[in-house]
Design a protein around this ligand. Sequence first.
Ligand code: ADP
Ligand code: MG
Length: 367
Amino acid sequence: MTTTRRRYLTRATDLSQVPAVAAFLRRLDLGDFVPEGLVSHTGRNENWSGTTTSGHAVFVKRLGGDSQDVRRRLRGIIAFEELREDAPGTTPRAPRCLGWSEEDALVAFEMLPLSRTGAELADAKEFDEGHARQIGELIGELHGLKPSGRVRLDASVPSQPSPAAFEALPLEIHRASSAAELRAWSILQQDTELVGAVEELRRVEAAAATCPTHGDLRLDQLLRSGPGFHLLDCEELRLGDPARDTGAFIGEWLHRAVATLPGPARNEPAGAVPADREVIARGARELHRVRPLVRRFHEGYASTGRPVTHGLQLQSVRFAGWHLMDRVLAQASQSSVLHPVQRAAMGIARTVLLTPEALLTTLGLKD
Ligand SMILES: Nc1ncnc2c1ncn2[C@@H]1O[C@H](COP(=O)(O)OP(=O)(O)O)[C@@H](O)[C@H]1O
Ligand SMILES: [Mg+2]
């Protein structure tokens, strides 16, 4: 294993503390994990990857959270398996699911060898236009799947972005929020134009022609192994607005572009916000790099027969804006002070949500 790969690993929870995993693997006839070489990847849930005494390469994850939510997310994973099994034509590539246990909140997949996520490739500056096109195809294939009678896909609309949260944060979220997150929310809540833009996004979403969507797309949910990318982590799979996924791809690159923006200059106070014009100029330069990736993504998406209409592109950009805002809020939840770069990112996300047409032009998606 290379040192670069190590960066994306985390300390594995001692499996003797989680005996359900060994029992689960045995029930699936997969043997026991061999302790040598067992690793855990960074992720929302606990996970373990390694080879077993019976020679299988296995990735196991334990879904965290309350039992109702675990059941919902497990249902998403199972629905994805059923969708793929039932599809007559090309199905989106994904690691084979080896089994699950609702009682123990465990799910096992084949472990993909020599794999790297889209985020790892992007960090190493190795993410290229060919990769963008392959991911466009993968998402197009997912969106083109037709749920048969037995597959029960969640058709509810995702909870975020909730215009209600822009008016008043629910008490339980307020209690769990960091100072920086509360500061971010107070900025958002005073912004009536932004609230209007979020309402518009939700209106268009409610009227969209739905299809199976991943619902939580990020570059670390795409694993490249062998000939192409595999789709991971289908816990939020839903019948929904396709622009959520296509927008998330754009949003990931916006987020990366913004992460390169400078903090305050050395002689400025810590809380200073970099001058808007400077931020926008740098942002525009970074966006220029993103253009071909977004274009090739759409090319791959369209090659699967999915329509790429002006309406879809516009809504994708709105979702990209929300994706950026959501990533900033997630970062803020980890810190006490809202960093100037985060403030600047919120400003960019706001502009994208309010004037999606302008970003379409910047990204070269409009003639
Ligand atoms: N089948 C697999 N083979 C190899 N690595 C995997 C596999 N599935 C996931 N990973 C790695 O583990 C990470 C977390 O997996 P994921 O399913 O996204 O879990 P989480 O729900 O915790 O985000 C991924 O980003 C990837 O690096
Ligand atoms: Mg994940």
